[in-house]
Design a protein around this ligand. Sequence first.
Ligand code: COA
Length: 227
Amino acid sequence: MPEIHVVQKHNRHLYENHLDPYFRLRHDIYVKQRKWTALDRPDGREIDQFDTDDAVYLFCLDRGQLIGAMRAVPTLSPTLLSDVFPYLSIRGPIQRPDVYELSRVFVIPERRGEHAGPRIETMLLTAIMEYGISIGLTGFSIVLESWWLTRFERCGWKAHPLGLPQMMDDMAVLAVLVDCNEATWRSLCRQIGRTGPILTWQGLSGVDRQLLPDISLLHSPNVQPTQ
Ligand code: COA
C-alpha cells in the first residue's frame, strides 16, 4: 500500500531525494502535459512563489517512488486566490488561520484511475482531510477547474463556491471553500478501505496535533459508552 508523507519545513531535509523529482514531475505534468505554459522555467522544475517555507506537501510514495502529491499553503500567507485570482472570490480572498489553500494535486499518469487498490487521488483527498483535522483546520480554499466539482461530490467533499466561474483557456475556473471535518474524513476512510489515520509524520514529533481515532473502534459494539 502506498504511504502518504507530510513534508514541511521542519522535516524537508529527510525528503531531499524526493524534492527535485517532485518539482520536475510538476514541470512534466503541468507545463508539458497540461500545457500551463506560464509556469514554464528553463531549469525544468515547476516552482512558484507559493513554494515557500510555509508550504506543506503530501507526498504519496510507493516503495520509495513519488507517485502523487498535493500542496497546502496557509491562507494567512500569500495564496493563488489572494495574489493571482482575487476576482474569483466575491467577498475577497479567504485569509484565516483555520483555512489552508490546496493546489498542485497530481498523480503520475501510470497510477491514475482504478488499479488493484484504492485510487491514489482519493487517498490524497483522504490524507489532506486527515492533515487538516490534525492541525485544527475547518476548511480548504481551492482555485479549480469546474470538472472537479462532480468528483468532489462523488467522494463526499462539500465545496461551497466563493464566486462565479470565469472562463480561462476554454475552461471554467472558480474558487471554492471545502469543509474539513471528521465526518467527511471517516466517509473517505471507508471509501479507501482504511479504518484509521494514514499519514506518516516522519521527523515531525514536535508538531502539535490532534490524534485521529480508529474508526472501526468507534463503530464496534465493544466500545459503546457505558450507561
Ligand atoms: N479535464 C477534465 N477532466 C479531467 C481532467 C482534465 N484536465 N483530468 C482528469 N479529468 C477527469 C477524467 O476525465 C476522468 O473522468 P472519468 O473517470 O469520468 O473518465 C477523471 O477525472 C479521472 O481522471 P484520471 O486522470 O483518469 O484519474 P485519477 O482520478 O486517478 O487522477 C488527477 C485525477 C487530477 C489527479 C490526474 O488526472 C492528474 O494528476 N492530472 C494532472 C494534474 C492536474 O491537472 N491536477 C489538477 C489541477 S492542480
